[in-house]
Design a binder for this molecule. Structure first.
Ligand SMILES: Nc1ncnc2c1ncn2[C@@H]1O[C@H](COP(=O)(O)OP(=O)(O)OP(=O)(O)O)[C@@H](O)[C@H]1O
Ligand SMILES: [Mg+2]
Length: 238
């Protein structure tokens, strides 16, 4: 089966599902009478990175939340690797999907320390392995001195780094990053971009990265999906 789309988004669905990755088919989502996603289809090969761009309010975060299993679509299918995780009458729980996510709004657990926040997704790892992974992430993101701090005791930039560390902790198959570096200074942004790329390559993760920033996008991937081109809702409004 061929998915409709522009350029490299035209893919052979059967082939993509065989090789893994992320496949979205004819996704619809409305809030009340507000149609946010209409007939969204695209596919991303395993290990590839995709940038999603589009105007504010067009549904980028909604799409990521559907992929993560935090929202249920009204219609359509989501495939992760070779399995369907969301389809009419079928829903796989978020924590079974192998996804690491950084939310657009900072969402650290306020009652947990930085270390506890980061290791939450790997609580079931053996203690030694968990400690080593935590130390590696704290050092990589230069927040080792904040290990015992609570989220309300660290800066916004540090909180962003903790959120990234938590998303990477379990070396997830899929990374969903929703404007993860917004409002950070230029040097820190470059530094974190390098580490995001390194982690994703090392873990062979498949990544979707939402950003409005062209420079940031160029750094992550030349594979760009412009939401307004595939979302039937915005086309109708145009
Ligand atoms: N839980 C909800 N209930 C009702 N409407 C919602 C809900 N979540 C999102 N929306 C609406 O859906 C639309 C898409 O929101 P979404 O957050 O996905 O946009 P976005 O593309 O991520 O925008 P931005 O670039 O500003 O982050 C918006 O009009 C928003 O108001
Ligand atoms: Mg958003």
């Amino acid at each position: 089966m061929i998915l409709k789309g522009k350029g490299y988004h035209t893919v052979n669905l059967a082939a993509v599902q065989d090789r893994g990755g992320i496949t979205v088919r004819n996704l619809d989502k409305s809030y009340g009478r507000h149609e946010v996603l209409k007939n969204i289809s695209f596919a991303l090969k395993a290990g590839d990175s995709l940038i999603i761009k589009g105007p504010s309010g067009c549904g980028k975060s909604t799409l990521l939340r559907i992929l993560a299993g935090l929202e249920i679509p009204d219609a359509g299918e989501v495939w992760l690797d070779s399995r369907v995780v969301s389809a009419p009458g079928h829903y796989e729980l978020p924590w079974l999907r192998g996804i690491g996510m950084v939310f657009q709004a900072p969402t650290l657990w306020p009652h947990m320390t930085v270390a506890e926040n980061i290791t939450y997704p790997i609580m079931n790892w053996p203690r030694d392995k968990r400690k080593a992974r935590l130390a590696g992430l704290l050092n990589m993101l230069e927040i080792a001195d904040k290990e015992a701090s609570f989220p309300d005791e660290i800066s916004g930039g540090q909180a962003r780094r903790v959120a990234l560390a938590r998303a990477f902790a379990a070396r997830p198959r899929f990374m969903l990053l929703d404007e993860p570096l917004t409002n950070l200074n230029y040097d820190l942004k470059l530094h974190l971009l390098e580490h995001i790329k390194m982690e994703v390559e090392r873990n062979k993760s498949t990544m979707i990265y939402v950003t409005h920033d062209s420079e940031e996008a160029g750094y992550i991937s030349s594979n760009i999906l412009r939401f307004e081109e595939i979302n039937q809702t915005s086309r109708i409004e145009d």
